[in-house]
Design a binder for this molecule. Structure first.
Ligand SMILES: O=P(O)(O)OC[C@H]1O[C@H](OP(=O)(O)OP(=O)(O)O)[C@H](O)[C@@H]1O
Ligand SMILES: Nc1ncnc2[nH]cnc12
Length: 188
């Protein structure tokens, strides 16, 4: 896939990274939590962030944007709106009321199940999958698997943050899922 050359340049990564807060030992000892709330609450950084995604995907003939519960909803819904596309939620277990399919996966801290409405998109739909962060990759892979099971074409998975030391981004790509992340965090 073609990338937007200007917006993909490292200064944007540094700018976005500089607005993400690290909270050590949350939600448990040993986890360096990368908190995107400062990035979202500043109107300027939020707009830059959204624009990075909108410019990257505006010419990709997408049919729908899927976002992952819960932080993937924030960016995913705004990007869908700006691209004039519908938004599909991939939700944690037990939250979707209609016919659902489910995938279980492991997290950096625990395990979980995500679900998707069986009629969330049509077979062959070109889907952009958005979350805020890739850690072990379990969430993104499970969400992509759900979309693939209903016949969607996951054109790309995208997140704000990659934690490459946890190996998730490699795992996602090994599943044949294209992955775009704006910035990464290593160490402390
Ligand atoms: O790559 P992984 O190891 O799967 O981890 C990444 C996922 O973990 C976080 O969500 P979390 O499950 O904490 O839920 P939240 O969005 O409701 O905070 C994050 O928002 C991603 O969805
Ligand atoms: N280190 C981390 N920071 C923020 N969100 C996460 N989700 C999984 N691991 C995370």
């Amino acid at each position: 896939m073609m990338t937007a050359p200007v917006l993909a340049m490292p200064p944007y990564a540094d700018y976005i990274r500089s607005r993400i807060r690290t909270v050590p030992d949350w939600p448990q000892q040993g986890v360096m939590f990368r908190d995107i709330t400062p990035l979202l609450q500043d109107p300027k950084t939020f707009r830059v962030l959204v624009d990075i995604f909108v410019h990257r995907y505006m010419d990709q003939n997408l049919d729908v944007v899927a976002g992952v519960d819960a932080r993937g909803f924030i960016l995913g819904a705004v990007v869908a709106y700006e691209l004039n596309l519908g938004f599909v939620p991939v939700r944690k277990k037990g939250k979707l009321p209609f016919d659902t399919i489910a995938e279980e996966y492991e997290l950096e801290y625990g395990s979980a199940t995500v679900e998707l409405h069986a009629d969330a998109c049509k077979a062959g739909d070109r889907v952009l999958l958005i979350d805020d962060l890739v850690a072990t990759g379990g969430t993104m892979i499970a969400a992509a698997n759900l979309l693939r099971r209903i016949g969607a074409n996951v054109v790309e998975a995208a997140a704000i943050v990659d934690l490459p030391e946890l190996g998730g981004s490699n795992l996602v790509r090994q599943q044949g899922i294209e992955l775009f992340t704006v910035c990464d965090f290593s160490g402390h």
